[in-house]
Design a protein around this ligand. Structure first.
Ligand code: FES
Length: 85
């Protein structure tokens, strides 16, 4: 089932990116552009991300740094998301 109709991104693809370490809609957008056009899918992406475990979130919960290196920071800020409706 499509999550992002603007870019033809499926729920399975979002889940695969999440399994690969994407924990936020912004990180999903960096991986596949989902959520970067009309923005109507961002809440659905958030819901999908909320279902799984996030290794980075677990690190933050433990008080440890979740991002390492300049590349991780640059990647996290690579795509601006539109305001959710
Ligand atoms: S449906 Fe995802 S950006 Fe429009």
């Amino acid at each position: 089932m499509y999550v992002c109709s603007c870019f033809g991104v499926t729920e399975k693809q979002v889940q695969e990116h999440a399994d690969a370490g994407a924990c936020t809609p912004r990180q999903i957008a960096s991986a596949c552009k989902a959520g970067t056009d009309c923005g109507s899918c961002v809440r659905r992406i958030q819901a999908i991300l909320g279902r799984g475990n996030c290794p980075r979130r677990e690190l933050v919960d433990q008080g440890r740094p979740a991002l390492t290196g300049a590349g991780a920071l640059a990647d996290a800020d690579a795509v601006e998301l539109p305001e959710a409706a």
